[in-house]
Ligand binder design. Structure first.
Ligand SMILES: Cc1cc2nc3c(=O)[nH]c(=O)nc-3n(C[C@H](O)[C@H](O)[C@H](O)COP(=O)(O)OP(=O)(O)OC[C@H]3O[C@@H](n4cnc5c(N)ncnc54)[C@H](O)[C@@H]3O)c2cc1C
Length: 400
């Protein structure tokens, strides 16, 4: 049977969009190009704003039963000083903390919840290579191998920063620029307990360490375009940089032995000039690629999915054509996206870009970070923005 809605991409935006539409009784098919969720993802953070949505859906208790660690403060080490720069404990929300959960577990959770609704379908190993256009409308997708699937009413592009609408120039992109890229790698965890997240800043580089219970998932952040230079420098030099950033880890000689342990994640900050055209709507990173700063992209993608369902679920159930309503989703989400991206750009240019200046020596932490550390009340501001976002959504679409 032809689904009313096809969602391209089973990331956070696509899985949440599929779940919400199926919950409203709309036949929806999510197509995901990978065969499973077990791969290296960008980011592990589930923020209070996302858990509020899960609470509204009656799913929060089940989510919190999955293994995760909790983070209620953001800490960073700069020039050997440990600073607390964000505080979430004061937030008036059911879960005033960030849940650190590997993204494959979070996606598996969304899949399990969505599968309870009979009109939900998920096809893995299904890569969309082209869109089907008819009379100026998008009416379906072509999968690798040539199979065509038509959508009764709408195609939602949730296929991330490499979206087909970008690659095939279907919707033009405005780039904002990002000065850094990331090497993603693992380190063994020697101590049993510790902080859920560590941020370390050195001259010309930075590292974030995420506690994944039995190992550290690490992100080594370096100036954009330098990946090949670092690879050519070799493993001994790379190991020395990491040991200098985190001296408490001791010698990493037996842990980091080959540059193939480092997986490149490229960072982008951009957005589409328009998020929709007849028959098609882009959400999540497909509409606006987010930088890792603040660990906010997953949560923004979820908010887009909620705004989409709030605006479209009822009309989709009642009418044939929702083309005239697609702008409502963009209108609702454009401002929060722009504000968050402006904040990420500012942090990129003023803090990260400055740290990456050749010959830069950090004698003491920047004033803004020292002020946050000194005055606990100030830390609530980044805590609120990161934890709850701006103009957060509330689920208003109905369950049928
Ligand atoms: C280095 C780095 C670290 C980050 N860390 C964090 C963090 O800690 N917390 C946070 O909130 N955000 C983080 N972000 C941002 C975050 O990763 C994204 O904003 C978020 O993943 C967007 O979700 P999405 O569902 O829109 O897209 P994606 O997560 O990119 O999902 C898109 C999905 O579509 C699938 N797909 C792609 N093309 C096709 C196709 N043609 N056919 C079918 N399926 C397709 C992909 O396989 C994927 O499953 C980070 C970003 C970077 C670069």
């Amino acid at each position: 049977m032809k689904p009313d809605v096809i969602v391209v991409g089973g990331g956070p935006a696509g899985m949440m969009a599929g779940l919400l539409l199926a919950r409203s009784g709309i036949p929806v098919l999510v197509v995901e190009k990978h065969g499973d969720f077990l791969r290296d993802f960008r980011g592990d953070t589930v923020h209070p704003s996302t858990m509020e949505i899960l609470d509204q859906l009656g799913m929060l208790d089940r989510f919190l039963k999955r293994p995760h660690s909790r983070l209620s403060q953001a800490r960073i080490t700069v020039a050997g000083r440990n600073l607390t720069i964000g505080e979430l404990r004061h937030l008036n929300t059911p879960t005033p903390f960030i849940a650190m959960m590997p993204q494959w577990d979070f996606l598996d959770f969304l899949k399990t919840e969505a599968s309870r609704f009979p009109s939900f379908a998920l096809e893995m190993n299904a890569e969309v290579v082209e869109l089907i256009e008819r009379d100026g409308r998008t009416v379906g997708v072509v999968l690798a191998g040539g199979r065509c699937i038509e959508a009764g009413k709408l195609v939602i592009m949730a296929d991330g920063r490499g979206s087909i609408v970008r690659g095939q120039n279907i919707l033009p992109v405005k780039a904002l620029g990002a000065p850094m890229d990331v090497f993603w790698f693992r380190l063994p965890k020697r101590e049993a307990a510790g902080e859920a997240l560590r941020g370390l800043v050195g001259p010309g580089n930075m590292m974030v360490m995420i506690d994944r219970t039995d190992y550290w998932q690490c992100a080594y952040i370096f100036p954009k375009g330098q990946a090949d230079v670092l690879r050519n420098d070799g493993i001994a030099a790379m190991r020395a940089r990491i040991e200098a950033l985190a001296p408490d880890l001791g010698s990493l000689a037996s842990d980091l032995v080959d540059m193939s342990q480092f997986f490149l994640l490229s960072v982008a900050l951009d957005r589409l000039e328009h998020w929709h055209r007849p028959g098609l709507l882009a959400i999540g990173d497909a509409a606006h690629a987010m930088s890792p700063i603040g660990g906010i992209g997953i949560n923004l993608a979820i908010q887009d999915a909620v705004a989409m369902a709030n605006s479209l679920a009822d009309p989709l159930r009642q009418s044939e054509n929702v083309d005239g309503l697609l702008h409502l989703v963009e209108r609702r989400r454009r401002l929060p996206t722009r504000i968050i991206q402006a904040g990420q750009k500012l942090a990129q240019d003023r803090i990260i870009g400055a740290l990456f200046k050749p010959g830069m020596q950090i004698k003491r932490p920047p004033l803004a970070l020292r002020l946050l550390d000194r005055f606990p009340v100030l830390r609530r501001i980044p805590g609120r923005i990161v934890g709850l976002g701006i103009q957060r959504e509330r689920v208003t679409s109905l369950e049928t």
